[in-house]
Design a binder for this molecule. Structure first.
Ligand SMILES: [Zn+2]
Length: 167
């Protein structure tokens, strides 16, 4: 095999991701849902009583978005994850309402408040179904998956990562 071919093979091995197609599909659905939720369009219904004069035509403007389609996309995304047992990135998971699967965009589809009880908490309320998510808002707070000792390959080399995957 030529040197170039070997290099290509190594690159392919490095880029191999298990369930890549599913992750790509989930990524696409998430992005599509974000677009559906945040895009508003103006629906203009014009009464054409007087065809020659535009100024007298009555116009009813209503702002709508297709958030329900976004919820459907996110529901599909979560079902793929559940069926294939794929982990969803915590930052992505935090943006999805647990109850109604709508995308939580602060000030748009959700309301975020900081509450100081025993410790400071970030409360995110879904404006669609009023479900509340509570996250600790400490300065040094780290998710389990964000802690360096829990990340495979961050501190140790690849061989240990492989052994962990086997178990
Ligand atoms: Zn909700």
């Amino acid at each position: 095999m030529s040197k170039k071919g070997q290099g290509k093979k190594i690159q392919q091995q490095r880029e191999h991701v298990e369930n890549r197609e599913l992750y790509q599909r989930m990524n696409f659905l998430y992005q599509a849902a974000a677009l559906m939720t945040t895009t508003t369009f103006v629906q203009e219904s014009t009464d054409h009583n007087t065809k020659d004069e535009k100024s007298t035509a009555k116009r009813n403007k209503s702002y709508q978005n297709i958030g329900s389609l976004g919820r459907f996309y996110l529901n599909t995304m979560r079902n793929i994850g559940k069926k294939q047992v794929l982990r969803i990135e915590p930052s992505v998971k935090r943006n999805i309402c647990k109850r109604c699967d709508s995308l939580l965009v602060p000030g748009f589809t959700s309301r975020a408040r900081v509450k100081s009880r025993r410790q400071k908490q970030l409360e995110i309320e879904c404006s669609e179904c009023k479900a509340i998510k509570i996250f600790p808002a400490r300065k040094d707070y780290q998710l389990f998956s964000e802690k360096p000792e829990n990340i495979v390959g961050a501190s140790t080399n690849e061989s240990s990562g492989e052994s962990q995957r086997m178990t």
